[in-house]
Design a protein around this ligand. Structure first.
Ligand SMILES: [Zn+2]
Length: 330
């Protein structure tokens, strides 16, 4: 087995490069999104009627429940150097893990440094705010000078519709650079996150995907709740792929039953195995590379009849082709 994890985050809270210099506290973050008081046994949630007196206690309980379900250890804070060293060690630890793709790393500059220091092992995306006036120039610099391989955009954080003509120079730039754009759609941040926003639905990118048919577009997390919309988008736009990353806990708040098996089956039926990319959405330590997500996804693919060749496409070849990845000579 060989694997490219096409969707991970450097362990840092800053997930959009806002164009401002890195703050003094950056590089030491990533808290996995929940407050320390939510740690199991910390009190608060679960005692008496916390949801009546303190509604946010429910959110803490939900976030802690997700981590407990996967038996994840509590997150630790790491420095930039430590985060880099730990991710490098993860690739040594899992011999099948050939490369990881940092879709965010606290800024394009640091993402470029990471990729340059670990050629053939770390790949990275630009992740600056697409509403910055010089967003196209930043993208060109990040790719041509910084060696970045793609562009990550959090759609529910973009205030104008993605189809707004003011974004055209940015899409033109991406298309001429030949890089993929990964757009997060759907709820952001799990319980308590953003569930409604002008760009939350994957169909928000439909017009752009049609007008820029040579931009490879990746919709992560199987569409993160928007399964119908993502399948329709993929059906209408052959330049759209999906990734499988994350715990996909959104399956829990669907109005009908969804399983990893049903997702792998349905997406293969609709668009085939060549447009499905494996990812974990891993970030913080000591968890590191989330092998548990790989295990359940490999099993789901096997259970619904993916051949070994099809699994190799999803786990390795599709990302390798999209990102121009070549394994370094031994
Ligand atoms: Zn992610």
């Amino acid at each position: 087995m060989r694997v490219i994890d096409s969707h991970i985050h450097f362990p840092e809270d800053k997930i959009i490069d806002d164009g401002k210099a890195r703050g003094a506290s950056s590089g030491t973050g990533y808290t996995s999104g929940r407050s320390p008081s939510a740690a199991p046994g910390a009190g608060g949630a679960g005692q008496g009627s916390p949801t009546r007196s303190r509604p946010e206690a429910w959110l803490d309980t939900e976030k802690a429940r997700w981590e407990a379900a996967w038996r994840f250890p509590p997150a630790i804070k790491v420095s930039l150097e430590e985060g880099e060293r730990l991710w490098d060690a993860e690739l040594d630890k899992y011999e099948y893990l050939k490369a990881v793709v940092f879709v965010t790393a606290g800024g394009n500059g640091f993402a470029s440094e990471l990729a340059a220091r670990h050629p053939g092992r770390f790949l990275a995306y630009a992740h600056h705010d697409p509403e910055l006036p010089d967003a196209p120039e930043r993208l060109e610099k990040a790719v041509k000078k910084g060696g970045l391989k793609g562009y990550k955009i959090l759609a529910p954080k973009v205030s104008k519709p993605l189809s707004d003509p003011s974004f055209d120079p940015l899409w033109e730039c991406a298309q001429s650079l030949g890089i993929p754009i990964l757009f997060h759609f759907g709820i952001m941040g799990g319980a308590g996150g953003i569930a409604s926003q002008i760009n939350i639905n994957p169909l928000a990118i439909h017009d752009t995907a049609k007008r820029f048919p040579r931009i490879p577009i990746i919709v992560p997390h199987f569409g993160c709740g928007y399964v119908f919309e993502t399948l329709n988008l993929c059906w209408a736009c052959p330049n759209v792929s999906i990734d499988t990353s994350g715990s996909n806990q959104w399956m829990r708040w669907m109005p009908y039953d969804v399983t990893l098996e049903s997702l792998f089956r349905k997406y293969r039926e609709t668009i085939g195995p060549s447009r499905i990319l494996f990812g974990t959405d891993s970030s913080w330590f000591p968890r590191g590379f989330t092998q548990a997500y790989l295990d359940v996804q490999v099993r789901a693919m096997a259970d619904v009849g993916y051949s070994e060749d099809e699994r190799d496409q999803v786990l390795f070849r599709n990302a390798a082709a999209l990102l121009g990845f070549r394994e370094p000579a031994p």
